[in-house]
Design a protein around this ligand. Structure first.
Ligand SMILES: Cc1ncc(COP(=O)(O)O)c(C=O)c1O
Length: 370
């Protein structure tokens, strides 16, 4: 006999209205600076195309991604606003960027020359002011600024439109020191005849907490997804709404006796006779194996612990004697204002940050926009 019970959605639901509202909140706070909406890493796990479209609908004129592949995927999806990409393979020739009007942020003379050779219409220069990642370090500035100055004098098609750097978020003083270093770099560029139209430095944390570091644009990622970049401040404290809810359906329930072991390695044993609900999400989907015995989920508005080790495709929830049925919805995390766990509970459980928890979610997990 066929069974017509409702089966809850397993995967990631993204609240488009929350993305739009968060964009408006952030844009308002950083004004008169504009916003580059950062949608790298599949929009921090939220689904790049839908998130990008929501931000564009909210008024975004710029999107930011790590690499040109991500930028091209947005163009393929019909996104036509400005896109900046700042991390490139050593052999990147920028032809693809030129063809799709993507703006590369370049860190070296080699990258600048490649972008010019590809006839990219505009570039931003990446200056390292203390993160020690990409970006020209101070000892490389003279050569880079010289190359930039001479390409401008030659009247090449490629315009030096912007200058960017990225903060280490170590402390307010460190941020301000990086800001001062950026100012030195801009003075150096000016001495080579280049005054960029657009300068951008701050990401979410500094945009919200160190307003002195806001320049023409703020490159904002995590806050747009409704998550807080600060350890001691929640989304609600910042007027933001988490856009992501992760749910699963109960695949089956298993009755166990007191003393019986649960999942691999028996890291948990039932303390009383109880019932386990099995859900079909595991470390292959980006849920850390170490979540076992450290987090809880919400079913029907009640909290229940995840017990035993998270497996590749499954985890166990101890539902006691609650009336939980196969197909019921299990909320792993979402907007805590609705009573469900916050993603930060999952992050804290394994000693990481909300960024990592959402960005690591499997690309094959189903995503739907609500
Ligand atoms: C260069 C750059 N800018 C901006 C961001 C956005 O940062 P956040 O998510 O903290 O706003 C990132 C993300 O790591 C980045 O790499």
């Amino acid at each position: 006999m066929s069974d017509h019970r409702n089966v809850a959605f397993t995967g990631i639901s993204v609240d488009r209205e929350a993305l739009i509202a968060n964009y408006a909140t952030v844009a308002d706070q950083v004004a008169p600076s504009g916003v580059i909406a950062v949608v790298k890493a599949d929009a921090y796990g939220h689904g790049a195309l839908h998130a990008a479209q929501a931000f564009v609908d909210a008024g975004a004129e710029w999107l930011g991604v790590a690499d040109i592949d991500e930028a091209l995927a947005l163009r393929d999806g019909g996104i036509d606003v400005r896109i900046l990409a700042w991390l490139h393979a050593p052999d990147e020739d920028f032809e693809r960027a030129a063809a799709e009007n993507i703006t590369p942020a370049v860190s070296s003379v080699d990258q600048l020359n490649a972008a010019v050779a590809a006839e990219v219409s505009s570039v931003h220069l990446v200056i390292d002011t203390g993160l020690s990642r990409n970006g020209a370090v101070e000892s490389e500035w003279a050569e880079l600024f010289d190359a930039a100055g001479s390409l401008q004098r030659r009247g090449e098609r490629t315009r030096i439109e912007g200058v960017m750097s990225h903060l280490a978020n170590a402390s307010r003083d460190d941020d301000l020191e990086q800001d001062a270093t950026l100012r030195r770099a801009l003075d150096g560029l000016a001495a080579h005849g280049i005054v960029p139209e657009i300068v951008h430095l701050a990401a979410s944390a500094a945009s919200l907490a160190v307003p002195e570091t806001r320049r023409d644009l703020a490159r904002v990622g995590i806050a747009l997804y409704g998550l807080s970049p600060f350890a001691g401040r929640t989304s609600a404290d910042l007027g933001l709404r988490p856009a992501m809810t992760v749910t699963a359906s109960v695949l089956r329930t298993v009755r166990v006796r007191a003393g019986e072991g649960v999942s691999y390695g028996y890291t948990h044993r039932a303390s009383t006779d109880t019932t386990l609900a099995i859900i079909g999400l595991g470390y292959a989907d980006g849920f850390d194996r170490a979540y076992g015995n450290r987090v809880s989920v919400s079913i029907g508005g009640q909290r229940f612990p995840v017990v035993g080790r998270v497996a590749m495709n499954a985890m166990h929830v101890d539902i006691g004697d609650a009336d939980v049925r196969v197909g019921d919805e299990v909320v792993l995390w979402g907007d805590p204002a609705t009573g469900v766990p916050a993603v930060e509970e999952w992050a804290d459980a394994i000693g990481t940050i909300n960024y990592e928890v959402v960005a690591r979610l499997g690309r094959l997990l189903e995503r739907r926009t609500l």
